[in-house]
Design a protein around this ligand. Sequence first.
Ligand code: AMP
Length: 284
Amino acid sequence: MQVTTTITEIRAWVRQARAAGRTVGFVPTMGALHVGHTSLIDAAAERCDCVVVSIFVNPTQFGAGEDFARYPRPLENDLALCAEHGVDTVFAPSPAEMYPRENLTWVAVEKISEPLCGRFRPGHFRGVATVCTKLFNIVGPDLAFFGQKDAQQVAVIRRMVADLNLPLEIVVCPTVREPDGLAMSSRNQYLSPQERKEAPVIYRALQRSAELIRAGETDSAQIVGRMSEVLRQVPGLQIEYVSLVDADTLEDLPQICGRVLVAVAGRLGPTRLIDNIVVDGPAK
Ligand code: AMP
């Protein structure tokens, strides 16, 4: 497995792979890799001749007071996991390699980046869309793999790729969970043992919404109320939002219909947790 840190090196590597007629799958990450990430790597290996993983904690998607400085960076471990899963090349640039000068050019995906996490993390999706555009331009993959765990990120990237005619296909892979339902996340390691026991309440609340929708409930306010009852079982959980929105446009759905994204975000101590499920409501 090759490890590249410069744009020149990764471009040269991909150029050679393409010249040899190989398709390139790309998995962008911020490192601290877990089974959620390796599921994307495995999906990429299945669909593509070679796999490039980027490991870059992107400063422009963190707001002031967020966890950029303390975000885990266990690079040796990450490289070992990538090698185990047959990754061909890891691209692990420094912030100076990615942002050598003041960045003046930004990609902002309107509307879709405004609700849900957009309300609580101003500028986050502009940072995500900008770094993904840069990474897509640097790596030039055929396919890029993202996790459903970050549903709004998927919606933003998909729309950006469509609006800007970027020449790649976005593949979305299912959320990988711990046995108790907690969605895997690099941030789960911030949780204390007590918080770790409490964190699956978010998935239990999501499951409650699915039960209600399947039983025919179509009033979103009712469903949010019932989910909140579940979430209140953990008094320390500070809920940011409990939302039912159209899975593609992320527009509010006061009445359930079509593909519904049920999304929750909250803070448990210093840790911000997000999770979601997609449920089929009655046809539109
Ligand atoms: P991150 O390193 O957190 O930026 O995540 C990199 C990629 O891994 C993103 O596409 C995430 O959606 C995806 N990912 C993170 N956690 C999970 C998970 N539990 N299941 C599936 N994909 C995930």
